[in-house]
Design a protein around this ligand. Structure first.
Ligand code: SF4
Ligand code: SF4
Length: 164
């Protein structure tokens, strides 16, 4: 039996369909996050990560996310409608450290393989991921319902959790 592509190819070697299939669909990348460092009182929007700075995830989610299915409701037009929507590509892999530890791209990039709950290991279904609590389902607040100035009140640790 041949090994699956995610065990034999690097991310750079994958074709477009394989690359897309690696995404577990957790939607944690649709959460608002910001970076801060100890020397500043002001939290800044995430752009560049310097040494000593930390990425904070919040439970505030993009209003275009279907939070039950954990799918973007405007996938084709997302970068047009939401300029901050960052899609991970082979070209911006250096930004992978903004992704949560459980992000399947980050896991492969760091040599940790795919987790047992990944849809690729569950007949393409997301139910194992949801039941293990590894997606955003049931944990978010819509950005339309909060002031982003209060983002620090919504800092969440659950997006940083990862299980094999
Ligand atoms: S965090 Fe990673 S694996 Fe999860 S939806 Fe975003 S890109 Fe896909
Ligand atoms: S536009 Fe879609 S993919 Fe981008 S952050 Fe919003 S819900 Fe997620």
């Amino acid at each position: 039996m041949t090994n699956p592509f995610w065990e034999t190819k690097t991310l750079e070697e994958m074709n477009d369909a394989e690359w897309e299939a690696v995404c577990d669909g957790c939607a944690k990348c649709c959460l608002h996050k910001f970076i801060d460092d100890d020397s500043s009182d002001d939290a800044q929007p995430t752009d560049v990560l310097y040494e000593g700075e930390q990425v904070h995830y919040t439970s505030i989610v993009c209003t275009l996310l279907n939070t039950k299915r954990c799918e973007c409701s405007q996938y084709e037009k997302r970068t047009e409608l939401v300029p901050d929507c960052v899609k991970l590509t082979k070209e911006n892999l250096k930004d992978i450290f903004f992704m949560p530890p459980s992000c399947s791209y980050r896991r492969l990039y760091e040599g940790r393989g795919l987790p047992a709950w990944h849809p690729l290991l569950n007949k393409g279904k997301k139910s194992a991921m949801h039941s293990k609590g590894m997606s955003v389902r049931g944990k978010t607040v819509d950005e339309a319902d909060v002031s982003l100035e209060d983002a620090e009140d919504y800092i969440a640790l659950w997006p940083l959790e990862d299980i094999d």
